[in-house]
Structure formats: structure tokens, C-alpha cells
Design a protein around this ligand. Structure first.
Ligand code: SAM
Length: 297
């Protein structure tokens, strides 16, 4: 009979057998509830992808559920000590490949290219909390056409990722995410579903990436959106979110001048004293486009 990787005693025995302990610095909190791992595996990509790219397999609990459902599972684990254990727990799962690396240091385009030949790819991860935002940005900025990115994050971070413009949780990461796809909060996972139990509850968030980015071409003359300018506009707006948008942008774009920035804000139909936190991704796209046009005049 297969080992039950959700059983706390089994997890402890396995780790002892391999001479390893939970490593806090790698954000190691392993799932112990089979309903949670099964649900994540079921819903991570709507059954659409052939390959799942998993970040941080831990002892392989979620990896196994993914391997039961999808053609290929490629997992990357930073902790060298877990590799022999994963070899043991994933024995017989021939569609699963584990590599020992820091995901932040990988060339994802090169790594995933052979998998794209087999069909679509989605990301699924119970993310180490200490690098949630950098990992999300790495995945999004890689330009890789994932179908979905499904991640377990701290509930508070999930609030931010799914926030509506104008709410207190809405931040630059929310506006940036909106440029890449649509975000959905799937379900909550209380802290007592992990060993060791983290201090806070978690939630699973699924990002469905745009196949054709609706913002990639805007402007009356159909010119291409300047992505760099968009992200700079969002960053400037949120770096001083208590200030009015025009003042925040003046700091972020010292070379343009306040008058021109105000002209851009008004041309988009906003009030002169609006704050950046009220703008949706679409409105940021429109504004950064105006800033481009106005600054070139
Ligand atoms: N997937 C397992 C589960 O759900 O039980 C473990 C999840 S645990 C929250 C996070 C995992 O990510 C750990 O196994 C940790 O060692 C690994 N990890 C942390 N930082 C990483 C990095 N930079 N690259 C790859 N894996 C990483």
C-alpha cells in the first residue's frame, strides 16, 4: 500500500529516516489534508494543461495528486536534502520529474520549452511565503504563455491579489496582475492543515492568463502599449498612495513636469485630485498611454 503523505506521523518518520528537519528559511509548511491537495490538483488548470510546473514539492504530497491527473509534472525544489526523499515518495510516478534548483535562478523559458511541444502548461504551487511576490513577478514577466498560475498564499496576500480598485487592499501588485490575466480566489485553507502550522491562514488563488492580451494594443492610432511606461506609472502611483495621483506621478516622472501629467490625468476623464488607488488596470493602461503621448509632444 502507498504511504499516506498527509499523515503527520508518516511525514515525521520519513523526514527522520532521511535525516532532515523542517527548514523555516525555505518556508516549509507541508500540507496534511488530502481534501486540500486533491482540490488544488483538480482546480489548478480546469483540466486544460498537459504539463504542470510545480514550485516547491516538499515531500511530494501535492506532486502525487498532480501526477495522477496530468500528463507531465515538472517540480523544482530548492532544498537538496529533500531530493532523496522525493525520489522515494514519487517512485512509480514516471510522469513526474524533480529538479534541485532555486526557481528564482532558473531560465524558465529554456526549461519549459520542451514541455510546450507536448501542449499547454500551468503553474501550481503551495508557495513559500517569503518569496510569493517575486515568484509571481518572475512567472508573469517571463512572457511564458502559461494557461493558469494557481498558488497557495497567505490569506492576506490573497486579499491583495484579488482586491477591487479603490479598496484598502488594492495595491500595485493587483494592478500589475490585472494586466496579465484575471484572478480568482478558489478557497481558504486554515493554518491547521499544515505541519508545522504557520501563524496565519492561507488561500488558493488562480490566475487565468490572457491568451491575447486585451491591453497589448491601445490608442486611437492602434500603436503598441509601452509596457515599461505602464509599470512605471503603477509603481509611481502606489509608492506614495496617500498623495494625489498627480503629486505621486510628479515624483515618479520628474522629467515630464506636473502640468503635463495633470493634462494626461484630465484627458482620461479623472478629477484633478484623484488618488492612484482608485484606478483599475484598464485605467492605468489608458493613463500611461496618455503620458507617453503627452511627454512626446
Ligand atoms: N508542496 C509542498 C506541500 O504543499 O506540502 C510543500 C510546500 S512548502 C510551503 C514550500 C516548498 O518550496 C518547500 O518544499 C521549500 O523547500 C520550497 N522552496 C522554497 N523556496 C524555494 C525556491 N526558491 N525554489 C524552489 N523551491 C523552493
Amino acid at each position: 500500500m502507498e504511504l499516506n503523505l498527509h499523515d503527520i506521523k508518516t511525514i515525521k518518520n520519513l523526514m527522520e529516516m532521511h535525516g532532515i528537519t523542517f527548514r523555516k528559511e525555505f518556508g516549509q509548511n507541508f500540507l496534511t489534508n488530502s481534501f486540500v491537495t486533491e482540490d488544488i490538483a483538480d482546480y489548478c488548470c480546469d483540466g486544460r494543461s498537459k504539463t504542470i510546473f510545480e514550485i516547491g514539492p516538499g515531500i511530494g504530497t501535492l506532486t502525487r495528486e498532480l501526477a495522477k491527473r496530468y500528463e507531465n509534472v515538472l517540480s523544482v525544489e530548492i532544498d537538496r536534502g529533500l531530493i532523496p526523499l522525493l525520489k522515494y515518495t514519487l517512485h512509480g510516478y514516471d510522469n513526474s520529474v524533480v529538479i534541485n534548483a532555486d526557481v528564482m535562478k532558473l531560465d524558465l523559458n529554456e526549461l519549459l520549452a520542451p514541455y510546450f511541444e507536448k501542449g499547454g502548461i500551468s503553474v501550481c504551487a503551495n508557495l513559500p511565503y517569503y518569496i510569493t511576490t517575486p515568484v509571481l513577478m518572475l512567472l508573469l514577466e517571463s512572457g511564458i504563455k502559461f494557461d493558469y498560475i494557481t498558488v497557495m498564499v497567505q490569506a492576506e496576500v490573497a486579499d491583495r491579489l484579488c482586491a477591487k480598485a479603490g479598496s484598502s487592499q488594492y495595491g500595485s501588485i493587483t494592478a500589475v496582475l490585472g494586466y496579465y490575466g484575471t484572478v480568482e480566489r478558489l478557497f481558504e485553507v486554515p493554518a491547521n492543515n499544515f505541519i508545522p502550522a504557520p501563524k496565519v491562514d492561507s488561500a488558493v488563488v488562480r490566475i487565468k492568463l490572457f491568451k491575447d492580451n486585451p491591453y497589448a494594443r491601445v490608442g486611437e492610432d492602434g500603436h503598441k502599449l509601452n509596457e515599461k511606461m505602464l509599470f512605471r506609472t503603477i509603481k509611481a502611483a502606489f509608492e506614495q498612495r496617500r498623495k494625489t495621483l498627480v503629486n505621486a506621478l510628479s515624483t515618479g516622472f520628474p522629467e515630464i513636469g506636473k502640468d503635463k501629467l495633470l493634462e494626461a490625468i484630465l484627458a482620461c476623464g479623472h478629477r484633478a485630485d484623484i488618488r492612484g488607488e482608485r484606478l483599475s488596470t484598464e485605467q492605468f493602461v489608458e493613463l500611461s498611454d496618455r503620458i507617453c503621448t503627452i511627454s512626446e509632444k
